[in-house]
Design a protein around this ligand. Structure first.
Ligand SMILES: *Cc1c(COP(=O)(O)O)cnc(C)c1O
Length: 305
């Protein structure tokens, strides 16, 4: 494909795109062990600079996912960080870039799955950012429950966990929704397919706690801090009931890929007046500027490429 990047980073080296291959017989099992990160680098067109957002936090979580799945990380996190920056430079972007490090055990059979030597790969692709697209989406509560910590820990950013999200998303799409919210095994709200959820009630932002069956989203942490420290909006992390979704004035999804995705309705209950609410709008605008260094606060969150 003509728009592929020139290089992929494989086990510590920049490898030309066409040479970065894996044998077809290893594909099925590689996916089982695979853990990954989704990282965004934002292009500031005025400054002509590219900033990776929350690179250290993502790499710390990457190492944690590798450790929790009992794989060995053969390359130090600091080296992976340098590798990512070298890769993004080599691929020469002047636009937003999605960066995807992943680790997996290579084997051709499930019995080989107990091998613990992780291979580490990083690829990049352009990412036109949807933030401030002005669109609010329609979500449902899925009939599929979120996986739980005692079976498939959502805290680990594992590819296999996404089969749970896929069931929910495919059902939602077939029923005419854009997004699926999932309840945990206790019937409390967990998260969406690949993004965390925040609702606004009585002027407060409420989000399911870290023990509600969520992936501990870096964007979620960022928004919590921006609300408290910049916008002076109270944030509560706690269990959230399903019907609280229906009485919320505002709600939005948050995640690296989803950025801030406002919800217009949940199970066809219109939130507020169905447009993007005032608190969501403020958070969106602030996030947009912080990630691009249009707003220079929180320099520790950005790594210049
Ligand atoms: C990646 C992901 C998120 C968002 O996490 P960020 O760190 O904000 O990108 C939320 N939920 C799930 C299930 C995810 O995989």
């Amino acid at each position: 494909m003509a728009d592929n990047p020139q290089f992929v980073w494989v086990d510590g080296k920049l490898v030309p795109w066409n040479e970065a291959t894996i044998h077809i017989t290893a594909v099925g099992t590689a996916g089982v062990s695979l853990v990954y990160e989704g990282i965004l680098a934002y292009w500031n067109a005025d400054a002509r600079k590219l900033f990776v957002f929350q690179l250290d936090a993502h790499l710390e979580r990457f190492a944690q996912s590798i450790r929790l799945t009992r794989m060995k990380q053969p390359i130090a996190t600091a080296t992976i960080k340098e590798g990512i920056l070298a890769l993004v430079r080599a691929n020469n972007y002047a636009e937003n870039v999605y960066i995807r490090p992943f680790a997996f055990v290579e084997s051709t059979s499930y019995s080989g799955m107990s091998n613990d030597q992780a291979r580490i790969v990083v690829n990049t692709m352009p990412n036109p950012a949807p933030v401030r697209s002005g669109r609010a989406v329609h979500a449902c509560v899925s009939s599929w429950a979120r996986i739980s910590d005692n079976m498939m820990p959502p805290r680990v950013k594992a590819s296999s966990n996404y089969l749970n999200a896929r069931y929910a998303m495919e059902e939602a799409k077939r029923n005419g929704y854009d997004s699926a919210l999932m309840l945990n095994s206790s019937g409390k709200v967990a998260e969406a397919q690949g993004a965390c959820l925040m609702i606004v009630r009585d002027g407060k932002v409420i989000t399911p706690s870290a023990t509600s069956g969520i992936l501990e989203s870096i964007t979620r942490d960022v928004i919590i801090r921006l609300c408290r420290e910049v916008l002076h909006v109270e944030v509560v992390e706690r269990e959230v009931d399903r019907t609280e979704l229906y009485v919320a004035r505002e709600a939005f999804l948050c995640g690296t890929g989803s950025e801030i995705t406002p919800l217009a309705s949940i199970d066809r209950f219109t939130l507020g007046d169905g447009a993007i609410g005032p608190i969501t709008r403020q958070i969106e605008a602030l996030y947009h500027d912080i990630v691009r260094e249009i707003d220079a606060r929180y320099p520790e969150w950005r790594t210049a490429v």
